[in-house]
Structure formats: structure tokens, C-alpha cells
Design a protein around this ligand. Structure first.
Ligand code: ZN
Length: 242
């Protein structure tokens, strides 16, 4: 089977997205899947929507995408995230608002034996964070496929399920075992939070899953954020990767 890439959490960071796509193209990979949150936080929402729609074979909604179009509750958003949601709403064209309304909460690709959902397969519209193994165990019962790709936490991690009580957390790459199933958090393209400032995504082939990190021009995005009047905290966090 041909290799494929899974990207997530672009958050309107055009320069990070372009760097990741260049890296994917450089590997000769054609199939790209998107696990949600094109917009929110960053300065270039319209361009990122166009690119994701054009380049991705499957794309789904994240909580920020749905927040912008009013499809999900925003009560749990902090003040800064909420400011960015309102900024995004003010700066999206009507066409791009309509585009987001088409995004579904989860999708699967039978050819890849894979499901794609932004937060968790158990409760896609609850926007839970899938951090603990206990939580992962419950979630492995909520999808049938071999692979479930998620984003949301902005922290890349691979969780392998080899049988009841047999789970393993792997951080950056692993061989694929025939009898195991996997939940893969591909990390964030546009706002990594694991202390590594580089954009994160996953490449999968017949044998392995690998988390890839790609450098991009962080200052360029930060300059655009300043010009857009986005909150300082959101601008600064790109320099620290958290
Ligand atoms: Zn996100």
C-alpha cells in the first residue's frame, strides 16, 4: 500500500502548513488526511482552508472549526482562545464559513483500515483529551479499525493496543504489528505544545508509523499575528512550543 500522511491542528498557521506539505511532497506521498482544527489561534484562516480542502483526501472538523460556525458550545474556551475564535469569525469570507459547515466530526477510510476524529472516538463532540491509558482503553472499544488518528492535545503520541491490559505508549515511531491496533495523536502543525517548536505530523506505511517534525519560519507567522492584533500569549507560545 502507498504511504500516507496525517496532519492536524493547523490553526491558521500558513507557514507551518506550507513547510509540512513541502516535506510530504518531498517524500513522494500523495494521500494526506486531516484530523481537524484548520482555524483558531493563527492569522491566515482563509488560505489554510483552501489548501486543506484542495490537498486532503479526508478532512474532518475540530472544536475550533465548529466553534467559529456556532456548531459547538464555547463555554469551556478560555478568554484568549475565544478572542481568536471571534477574530477568525470576523476575518473569514462567507465562502470559507460555508466550507466549514460541510466538515463532519469523524470519517473513516476502509482502504486504510483507519478512522479519523479530532478528539476521541468515544465521544467525538465532547472534545475530550485522550491522555491517559485508562482513557485510551475505553476508546479502543469505540472504533473497529486498526488505526484511529486524532489531534486536539497538540502532543504527538502513539498508543499501541496488543490485547486487554496490554497497552504501550510510544512517542515517535513504531513498527506496525499485525495483531495490534493503534491510536495515533499526530501532534499539531500550527501550534505544537510538547516543548518542540517544530510542526508535527505522521507518516504511515505498511511497516511503520512515524512522527515527523518540520522546522518553519516561526517569526513570519508571529509577525502576521502581531499585524492581525492577535493576543500576545498566542504569539509567544509558538517560540516555546507549549
Ligand atoms: Zn487544536
Amino acid at each position: 500500500m502507498t504511504p500516507y500522511a496525517v496532519i492536524s491542528d493547523v490553526h491558521s498557521n500558513l507557514h507551518a502548513l506550507e513547510a509540512v506539505l513541502k516535506d510530504i511532497d518531498g517524500r513522494g506521498i500523495e494521500d494526506i488526511y486531516f484530523a481537524g482544527d484548520i482555524v483558531g489561534y493563527g492569522p491566515r484562516p482563509n488560505e489554510c482552508i483552501d489548501i486543506i480542502i484542495q490537498r486532503c483526501k479526508i478532512l474532518i472538523a475540530g472544536n475550533h472549526d465548529w466553534a467559529v460556525i456556532g456548531y459547538t458550545d464555547t463555554e469551556y474556551f478560555n478568554e484568549i482562545a475565544m478572542y481568536a475564535i471571534e477574530w477568525t469569525r470576523d476575518n473569514l469570507t462567507d465562502k470559507h464559513m460555508e466550507d466549514i459547515k460541510e466538515f463532519k466530526l469523524f470519517k473513516s477510510d476502509p482502504a486504510r483500515d483507519a478512522m479519523f476524529v479530532h478528539a476521541s472516538p468515544k465521544d467525538p463532540d465532547n472534545w475530550d483529551y485522550l491522555f491517559s491509558l485508562t482513557n485510551a482503553a475505553v476508546n479502543f472499544r469505540s472504533f473497529q479499525q486498526k488505526f484511529c488518528f486524532v489531534g486536539h492535545s497538540h502532543t504527538p503520541v502513539i498508543i499501541e493496543y496488543a490485547g486487554p491490559g496490554e497497552m504501550l505508549t510510544i512517542w515517535d515511531n513504531t513498527e506496525i504489528k499485525e495483531s495490534s491496533r493503534y491510536i495515533v495523536n499526530v501532534g499539531s502543525v500550527g501550534q505544537p505544545r510538547d516543548g518542540d517548536t517544530r510542526a508535527s505530523y505522521a507518516v504511515v506505511n505498511d511497516k511503520a508509523i512515524e512522527i515527523i517534525r518540520v522546522s518553519y519560519d516561526i517569526e513570519k507567522t508571529q509577525t502576521e499575528m502581531r499585524e492581525a492584533g492577535l493576543p500576545v500569549r498566542l504569539i509567544e507560545r509558538l517560540s516555546y512550543g507549549h
